[in-house]
Write a new protein. Sequence first.
Length: 495
Amino acid sequence: MKYYSTRDRSVRLDAAEAIEIGLSRDGGLLTPCEIPQIDEAFLDSLVHVRYQERAAKVMALYLTDYTEAELLTFAENAYGPEKYDTEAVAPVRTLDETTHCLELWHGPTSAFKDMALQMLPQLLSAALKKTGEDKTVCILVATSGDTGKAAMEGFADVPQTKIMVFYPKNGVSKVQETQMVTQDGANVGVCAVVGNFDDAQAGVKRIFSDTGIRETLAERGYFLSSANSINWGRILPQVVYYISAYCDLVRDGRIVMGDKVNFCVPTGNFGDILAAYYAKRMGLPVGKLICASNCNDVLTDFLRTGVYDRNRPFHNTMSPSMDILISSNLERLLFDLSGENDAQIREYMDALAQSGRYEVSDAIKAALAEQYWGGFCDEAGTSAAIAKYYKEYGYLIDTHTAVAASVMEQYRAATGDKTPTVFVSTASPYKFCDSVLTAIGETPVGDGVELLDQLHEKTGVAIPRRLAELKGKARRFDLTCEKPGMDKVVLDFLK
Ligand SMILES: *Cc1c(COP(=O)(O)O)cnc(C)c1O
């Protein structure tokens, strides 16, 4: 299977090449030229196998230049007992007859980013061998909090790789920051940027498109790539868990093979919900895709009006991993909905770059309305959802998951749709102790990792091991830069 760019269909790359470069040179996103189809027989064959085998089988449909045996080895490494605290890897928790929660935070950094970032470094290492690349790849990451840590954890001490992470100085939680600045590994670097996530992401994109920097780095034996969800190697491992969740519901008798389910996904950069869309396009029986935003509700407006307009205030919320106004992966969706019309996508993206706004065609609007429903949840609604799920179901959820839970309820109230719905849980509540404690009526005492104990004492929910270990870890990184200084940080890192 080949990959082309959303902004230029004449680009043709193998999967290994697409994963290696991350982003197409024309600024477009690399996307599979066709979407493989699955049927009930395929799904049946996955119902009674382990997550690792499901992952290898689904990924093999897209990564035709990798063998299924190779992919199975990667999946065993990525999702094995040293990394994941549950054998199920991505378990589905049933709350009532039609409400289920897909838990994606059982990996080493307690956020769903691990699902892809434990896999991507292995796909990339293999890609370097397959393509005969001898330079060292330097992964540049802009993070809204979770990607940075998960990427470093995946890439730490992987041969022929280095990784540099930029995070918004006042835009991440205390636990998230502590996780990043204590990261082990000889090939990792971390820097806080004075600004918000969009500033950090714009800075990284600028460095990517700076030919001067690229040439300098090439002379030093490096090339740049991305572990952000613009990389296809990030999206594909996420397609797996939607299919896996469906198989679990069939296995456990919650649905019958062929029944439709809805997915409700807390959304920022649109990677996670895009993966759900690909699962649906492959033939998984999915009804609506419910896109849940926090106060940064650019996607809610877009799904309701067809107008994408980022000209609005940026809000720092208690669900910081969704504090995003430019959702990069929307470009892949629009490409598919436009009938792979690269010229049209270039127009939209040029307009976005120039005026911060574009309006999609009527055909795309109709397709969006058919497949998606968008809603948002403010800060009070987020707290209320945490309190409600804790009280009614004894289920402690984090702030991002709470946004999804709230929007799922809004959707049900607005439409009366009774289809079984899976809302996606993207982080452990222990990553956001402060907000979670407050939501369940406690007064947080202190502001750092000591809150882990307070939340544990109150709720009895186990602290993820790796978060508990943060308490004794020494800070390794203390670098801060202004937006224009990001170039220099990268050049110094790759001396
Ligand atoms: C990254 C993240 C999201 C948003 O996912 P996207 O793929 O960027 O839409 C939601 N919740 C958590 C906890 C995250 O880390």
